[in-house]
Design a protein around this ligand. Structure first.
Ligand code: UGA
Length: 452
């Protein structure tokens, strides 16, 4: 919305939310999300044609186009628990829009939704019975966190699904202010909804595929980065999204895959469901494999050993921790009674503790006093990599922050126990240089180093 406001100064954009604290942050100098370039974009339009408030009813009444951008988390109970999307917030929005509208409105699904949700939204809107009329469009978002501003400025494509050509054209003309027309695709509603799920499933599948190969590299002596480069140069395969890692995270991949699996099952396509489910299973395996490798390498015990965790966000250039592989790895190590010293340049201590408590509560149904105490005492949050790495037996790199590659590793080594283990879950460190200094570096999909 901030980008639309920036590119279309004549369009008035009003962002509303029930969460007053959130809105207050959007109106402050400290935005609730860290995203390179976002501050400037918001600052440029806020107070001009971009407004943040909690006046939901009024904003609905005033608007010609309403974007629904609420979250659709995976259901945790009831039918489809653990897979299906929770559409409670979408439905509440649709009902509120129906109640407050008059005249004609275009309602745009921006949230990622299961196929055929637009149908339900349409029925709810039409049931208002107050004379208002609606067109429903699907306009999924393809930006990635960390590169959101460039993705929005120069998107590969804008996708608009809808039945009314006139409504589709209204929305296309908004994006058309800065996006070349040949990048604005129009489809039917269901294709648009499905394309979003399919795009994320394909991207996640590439990561799981290269991660599957990484396991094979580790036992055969092949190097996953070399394999990735070799296959990526085939123009039919392409080089993007072939970076092996400790596992994909983020709020979308797993959720959307599970959503797709649920849809397939719903329509009786068991084989198709099983196929996509395997992408999630491979990701779980990759995360588990990483923590098991740490324990195995460190003489089968990390109990009472200090381990530095570099990075907690699910990728660099974001403070988002949702589904971050770091959460799972830290939990596994804590269960082995390791002592963790965590540092992330953008994630707050309270967020780190929140995630660790949440995953525990998830695993055992509740967070017992004993587990809470374990997290309280065995997790320390440091202010930088140097502080995090003091007096530790190992370093685990879990997010690919640029600053991790330009440190004084001699200084870091001098404060560590020997052997000085490094487990590079992102393959960002210079293995040769670090090995020469005296570290024992274990990378993802890299040959196991000989013990010194
Ligand atoms: C993803 C998609 O890339 C966006 O197109 C989509 O709009 C978005 O989900 C969404 O549905 O909202 P995002 O989750 O922000 O974007 O970030 P990605 O860059 O896709 O990374 C996802 C995860 O995969 C990260 O943990 C990243 O580290 C990991 N990854 C990515 C790899 O491990 N290897 C790669 O080669 C690429």
């Amino acid at each position: 919305m901030a980008m639309i406001a920036k590119q279309c100064p004549d369009i008035s954009v009003h962002v509303v939310d029930l969460n007053a604290a959130r809105i207050q942050q959007w109106n402050s100098d400290s935005l609730p999300v860290y995203e390179p370039g976002l501050d400037e974009v918001v600052r440029e339009s806020r107070g001009r044609n971009l407004r943040f408030s909690t006046e939901v009813d009024q904003a609905i009444r005033d608007a010609d186009i309403i974007f629904i951008a609420v979250n659709t988390p995976t259901k945790i109970s009831g039918i489809g628990a653990g897979r299906a999307a929770n559409l409670e917030f979408i439905e509440k929005c649709a009902r509120q829009i129906a109640r407050c509208s008059s005249g004609h409105k275009i309602v745009v699904e921006k949230s990622t939704l299961p196929v055929r949700t637009a149908e339900a939204v349409k029925r709810i809107l039409q049931s208002a019975g107050n004379g208002a009329t609606f067109d429903v469009l699907s306009n999924p978002e393809f930006l990635a966190e960390g590169t959101a501003i460039e993705d929005l400025l120069l998107p590969d494509r804008i996708l608009i699904g809808g039945e009314s050509d006139a409504a589709v054209e209204v929305l296309a003309s908004v994006y058309g202010r800065w996006v070349p027309r040949n990048r604005i695709l129009t489809t039917n509603l269901w294709s648009s909804e499905l394309s979003k799920l399919a795009a994320n499933a394909f991207l996640a599948q590439r990561v799981s595929s290269i991660n599957a190969i990484s396991a094979l590299c580790e036992v055969t002596g092949a190097d996953v980065d070399e394999v990735s480069r070799a296959i990526g140069m085939d123009s039919r395969i392409g080089s993007k999204f072939l970076k092996s890692s400790v596992g994909f995270g983020g709020s979308c991949f797993q959720k959307d895959l599970l959503n797709l699996v649920y849809l397939c099952e719903h329509f009786g396509l068991r084989e198709v469901a099983t196929y996509w489910e395997q992408v999630v299973a491979m990701n779980d395996y990759q995360k588990r494999r990483f923590s098991e490798r740490i324990v195995r390498t460190m003489f089968n015990t990390v109990s009472d050993k200090r381990i530095a965790i570099w990075g907690f966000a699910f990728k660099k250039d974001t403070n988002d921790t949702r589904e971050s592989a770091a959460i799972r790895v830290c939990r596994d190590l804590l269960q082995e009674r390791a002592r963790l010293v965590i540092y992330d340049p953008r994630v707050s201590e309270s967020q780190i503790r929140y995630e660790l408590q949440a995953i525990w509560a998830d695993q055992f149904g509740e967070l017992s006093e004993q587990h809470k105490k374990l997290i309280d005492t065995n997790v320390v949050v440091a202010k930088d990599c140097y502080e995090a790495s003091k007096d530790v037996h190992a370093i685990a790199v879990l997010t690919e922050w640029d600053e991790f590659t330009t440190l004084d590793f001699q200084k870091i080594l001098s404060t560590m126990h020997r052997p000085a283990f490094v487990f590079d879950g992102r393959n960002i460190l210079d293995r040769a240089a670090l090995t020469k200094l005296g570290f024992e570096v274990h990378g993802i999909g890299k040959p196991t180093p000989c013990a010194r």
